[in-house]
Design a protein around this ligand. Sequence first.
Ligand code: SF4
Length: 298
Amino acid sequence: MITIPEQLVIRPPSEAMSLLVKVVRGCSWNRCLFCGIYDLYGERYSLRSLEEMKKDIVALLELHGDIFETAFLGDADPMALDTGFLVEVIRYLRERFPSLRRVTAYGRSSSLWKKGLVELKELHACGLDRIHVGMESGSNRILAFHKKGASKVQHIEAGLKVKEAGMEISFYFLTGLGGELWWEEHVRESADVVNAVKPQFLRIRRLWIHPASRLIPRIKSGEFVPQTPEGTVRELKELIERLDAEGTVILSDHANNYIHVQGRLMKDKKDMLENINAFLELPDDAREKHYNSVLSVI
Ligand code: SF4
C-alpha cells in the first residue's frame, strides 16, 4: 500500500524549497489571540508515532528522491516533543536524505526554555540547525494579553540557550501586536529581547486581523485598538532605530508587510532607516494608495 506523507499547514516563506516533514499535528498550545491558524484549517493537535514518521520519511523519499538541501519540521511546535523522539526522527531523516545541508523547525520559546542545554546540544548534534521562534513581542503585557504563553525572560533565555547549543535562531516580530495603545512598549521591549539574544535572523511580520480572528471580541469591547497601516511602518522604523544586535539579519519576507527592509546589523542599519524614511516622506495620497494595494494573506 502506498503511504501518502502528511502535509504541513504552514511553513516559513524561507522554507519554500525545503522538504516539509510533519512531526506533530497542529499546535499543542493553540491559544494565541492573534493566531487561530490551525483552527482555520481544521487541524487538531495530535502526536505522531516514530513508526508513522519513518513511514512518512520513506514515502517522501519515494515521492521526491534525495533532491533537497534543506528540510523543515512542523507543525507548530516540534520543540515541545520528547527530545529522544526528535533525535530519532532527525537521524532517520538525515540518513534517508544525505543531501540535506540544513534542518530547521518551529519552536516556541517556552518549549525551548524547558529543554535543558544538553538536550538542545543533542538535537544539534543529530542534525538540527535552526529554530524559527515566534517572539511576536518582548512586552510581557502584550504577550499576556494575546495569551502567547511566553515571557520576555523566556524569549531571552531560550534564544541564548539555542545559540549556546550551536544552533541558529530566527525570531519573528509582529508589527501591530500592541495595537495603538501599547505600540511604544511593544517596540521598546522587543528591541530589548533582540539586542540581548542577537539572533541570526529577525523576520518582520504584520498582524492581520482576519474576520474569524479571536481578537474581534477584544476589539469590539475596546480592549484592543488595531494599529494603523502607517503605525506598523513607524513601529518598524523605531524598532530598527533601537537595535544594536551586531550581525542580526533583518528580513521582511512576507507579502503582508507594507515596507520591505533587508539588511544586516549594524552595517545596513542606516540604509534600512533611509528606505523607511523615504517611504514616509512620500505624499499622503501615495502612501495611502500603497497601503490599500498591499494584500492580507496567510
Ligand atoms: S502563534 Fe504559534 S503557539 Fe500561538 S496558537 Fe499559533 S501556532 Fe500555536
